[in-house]
Ligand binder design. Structure first.
Ligand code: ZN
Length: 224
């Protein structure tokens, strides 16, 4: 496991990450509802405050405890992509060009509004924002520039083996079934592979070190 990364897993299959920074912790995703206590306990164990929350995308198993956490962390900065912020606010209309796919999976929305909207190439502490559309229209991944850990959201899952969400995987079909547009998800899977991550930290499944051969195999399966 990377020294700056702590995985918090709920019900054995839904992940959030605590990323250590000089000024405290960045929480990436909030998992399911009623997970604030577990996440705050993990942060307390690291002896640092959560100073910001980044949401990779607007699905309910990623933003589920956002309101609860924001309520318990006064002053915490909330960040997500402009596109998925609109989904988080409850607006499920598609932008021009997005009608090629259909929104799938649960978008419960949240009361908390992001303070800052992220675009690809921006930085959040040590994390570089990488566009990762396909699973949702505005999904983002986050590359830790210190050690090339890639928090890949639901662009890849590692539960039951490394897989893209460009294809429904029988062993863990949920992220594939909740994917908006599979060809775009496949393009994203390829783009993330070109970043040559040292480890893959997905929304679902364990953290995988040296993931490039497994990513190549997953892309080949999805493309085949
Ligand atoms: Zn998702």
């Amino acid at each position: 496991m990377a020294p700056n990364l702590t995985q918090v897993t709920r019900i054995g299959m839904v992940n959030a990450y605590l990323v250590g920074e000089a000024d405290g912790l960045t929480l990436v995703d909030t998992t399911l509802p009623r997970s604030a206590k577990a996440i705050l306990k993990a942060a307390a164990g690291l002896g640092a405050p959560i100073v910001r929350i980044v949401l990779t995308h607007a699905h309910g198993d990623h933003i589920g405890s956002l309101d609860e956490l924001a309520g318990q962390l006064p002053g915490v900065e909330v960040l997500t992509s402009a596109r998925d912020a609109r989904l988080m606010a409850g607006d499920k209309t598609l932008d021009p060009g997005e009608e090629k796919g259909k929104l799938r999976g649960g978008y419960p929305g949240a009361r908390t509004r992001p303070a800052r909207l992220l675009a690809a190439g921006e930085r959040v502490g040590s994390l570089e924002v990488v566009a990762a559309p396909g699973h949702t229209p505005g999904q983002i991944a986050l590359l830790d520039t210190r050690d090339r850990t890639l928090i890949c959201a639901d662009a890849y899952s590692t539960l039951g083996g490394v897989a893209t969400t460009a294809r429904v995987t029988p062993r863990f079909p949920l992220p594939g079934l909740a994917t908006w547009h599979r060809p775009t998800a496949l393009e994203t899977a390829r783009a993330l592979r070109t970043l040559e991550p040292a480890r893959l930290a997905p929304g679902h499944g364990k953290v995988v070190d040296a993931p490039l051969p497994a990513m190549d195999a997953a892309i080949a399966r999805a493309a085949g």
